[in-house]
Write a new protein. Structure first.
Lengths: 323, 303
């Protein structure tokens, strides 16, 4: 009894001094915290903020030996080059389209998978399927790409099956066809992440009040009606939050997989912004740090704009939002 | 009469249920097969004799057993070096970054901390305002981090996302515990170490396991920062070079790694390398599983 009283007293005191004033006394009391956070700030300034200063390179003809202070300024030349480069325009198209395909399909498949799994009665069966489903999430992209390669070669399982069912008469060169690159990327992503992405939807489904389902059943709602009128509407906030979080990643969602999966024949459809940047950074004969930096600035600015735009739309419509 | 009706309706529903559950189970089994088959197929190839495998037609079981593929990869110098480096970085980077993230989370979760708001904002910004690959590369070169082992450890040590997840968890711990310890004269660091840390074991484990998997699977930093330093190669990067050596339908677009493609690695050796690098992940998978669901839910409800 006494204990609980003192606890509530503490809490009261707590809420009263919710806004600590910056006084010498308080500062002295928190000295340890202040010193440690100062170390973190120094670290953050060096490894996260200092690179932003490097954006200056995009407005220079940057030469490593001359440094940022010694390189010549060229104004917007690099950006002008970028947007007149057919290669870069293609790269933007590829990144956007693959990012969007990935976002849309991974959301849909994760929800469907969560719904199906939720309808399973046998606990053991449910657990086994789920355990298998998130295994690929923990494999590296290198392994995944190797698996995709093996499945799609002329002797791979896909061609094997297609020929067995007489859908095709000779092996189809999937990896050599530009038109197949985007679908292969989308499917590879689905293979790796569907089970993983479904976890959060499953958690959301489990937290729905069972009384809702019971009263719906009494009113004569069938299984699919319950899904359509109870489950999906209850998932709405989760779906929206995840979409908002991921919309800023659309341009980020295209690096390892595309880089490892690509080949000379499909380059025009496979190259993404990150790969484009990497080429300017690593190609010894054709190195241009300035162009790569400019492309990086474009990517970050578009990503942040996307987040802000979609967040403000959500805000105006009174939906869930990030900030 | 009415009772009969009800009975018929119930029976009809029961059959409908049965059909539904069967179809559902079939779909899920197909899903599981599609997920598992490629891995099992790779496993079968890895134990098959190389020349025999060229004929194809190996599915879930090796046709001509052989351990020579594994012998082959363990003979490769790069693989051993990669294993050593990967092991070291996984242990060191994961431990250090867990500690760094936990301490920062602790500071940011103190209600009375004077700079709570400004410091949170400082780290939140780093999640979105990413400078990009080239400015970071240049910075690491200036700092002499490229061409060293430390480029794997230092740059990623503090991650704002992990800090947000851990902070949320720590904020859920009752203040009274900290206050009681403070009344007895414990300082902030003492509270962090002997009160908060033991209570945060689940979230620490989650962050640690995720970090370990990430470090184990990484190859990109090895290629970007250390491709001229074979002694700092990583396991996955070695695997990538191995897989890259197979000219499938043209060059793999990775001329940058500067390797002359002179020898085609047999499929079976590639399979063995794939399985070998995957094995540790599979081995810790049961532990992973216990923690990551909690981890994801903590992260998911953070907003």
């Amino acid at each position: 009894m006494e204990n609980s009283v003192s606890k509530s007293n503490f809490r009261k005191m707590d809420s009263e001094e919710k806004k600590p004033r910056l006084s010498a006394k308080e500062f002295g009391r928190q000295k340890v915290l202040v010193i440690i956070s100062a170390i973190y700030v120094v670290y953050g300034l060096i490894f996260y903020y200092l690179p932003l200063v490097g954006w200056i390179m995009a407005f220079q003809n940057f030469i490593y030996a001359d440094g940022i202070t010694g390189s010549k300024f060229v104004g917007l030349d690099k950006f002008i080059f970028l947007f007149s480069d057919v290669k870069f325009l293609r790269v933007i198209r590829n990144t956007f389209c693959m990012g969007l395909l990935n976002l849309v399909f991974s959301t849909i498949f994760a929800i469907i998978f969560a719904l199906l799994l939720n309808e399973v009665r046998n606990k053991w069966f449910k657990k086994s399927i789920q355990t298998i489903s998130y295994l690929p999430h923990f494999l590296s992209w290198i392994i995944v790409v190797s698996i995709v390669h093996d499945a799609l070669t002329s002797t791979g399982i896909i061609n094997d099956l297609l020929m067995r069912f007489h859908i095709i008469s000779e092996p189809y060169p999937f990896m050599a066809k530009p038109a197949w690159f985007w679908p292969i990327v989308t499917l590879s992503n689905l293979w790796k992440e569907t089970g993983w992405n479904a976890i959060i939807y499953l958690a959301a489904i489990t937290s729905i009040d069972p009384a809702l389902y019971e009263s719906a059943s009494i009113d004569g709602a069938g299984r699919f009606q319950r899904i359509a009128y109870i489950t999906l509407p209850s998932l709405r906030p989760t779906i929206l939050i995840l979409l908002l979080m991921n919309v800023g990643n659309v341009l980020n969602a295209g690096f390892e997989l595309q880089y490892l999966l690509t080949n000379g024949l499909v380059q025009d459809w496979s190259r993404t912004i990150d790969i484009y940047i990497l080429e300017w950074a690593m190609d010894a004969r054709n190195m241009d740090y300035s162009l790569g930096t400019a492309a990086g600035i474009f990517k970050t600015v578009v990503s942040i704009s996307l987040i802000l735009i979609f967040n403000s739309i959500a805000k105006r419509k009174g939906e869930e939002r990030l900030f | 009469m009415a009772e009969m009706d009800l009975h018929v309706r119930k029976k009809k529903m029961a059959t409908e249920d049965k059909i539904f559950y069967t179809i559902n189970a079939i779909i899920l089994i197909i899903f599981a097969v599609v997920t598992l088959y490629p891995v099992l197929n790779t496993l079968a190839y890895s134990f098959n004799e190389g020349n025999d495998a060229v004929r194809g037609g190996i599915y879930l079981w090796p046709r001509k057993w052989s351990l020579s593929n594994y012998a082959e990869i363990f003979k490769k110098q790069g693989m051993w070096q990669g294993l050593k480096v990967t092991f070291a970085r996984t242990l060191l980077a994961t431990t250090l970054s867990l500690f760094a993230n936990a301490l920062l989370s602790y500071i940011l979760s103190r209600k009375n901390f004077l700079f709570k708001k400004s410091l949170s904002l400082f780290w939140l910004i780093t999640m979105y305002a990413q400078a990009g690959l080239i400015p970071s590369l240049i910075l690491y070169r200036y700092l002499h981090l490229t061409g060293t082992f430390w480029v794997y450890i230092i740059p990623g040590m503090v991650s704002a996302f992990n800090v947000m997840v851990m902070r949320t968890y720590m904020e859920g711990i009752p203040d009274s515990l900290e206050e009681a310890a403070q009344l007895e004269g414990a300082g902030y660091l003492k509270v962090f170490w002997s009160i908060i840390t033991p209570l945060c074991k689940p979230v620490y484990a989650t962050i640690f396991l995720f970090g370990a998997v990430w470090n184990w699977n990484s190859w990109f930093d090895a290629m970007l920062y250390n491709r001229f330093e074979p002694k700092y190669t990583t396991l996955q990067y070695e695997l990538m070079k191995l897989l890259d050596n197979v000219g499938t339908d043209g060059n793999n677009g990775t001329a940058a790694n500067g390797q002359a493609i002179n020898k085609v690695t047999p499929t079976t050796v590639r399979a063995a390398a794939t399985i070998a690098t995957m094995a540790p992940i599979i081995a810790i998978y049961p532990f992973l599983q216990r923690y990551f669901v909690t981890g994801l839910t903590i992260g998911g409800v953070k907003e």
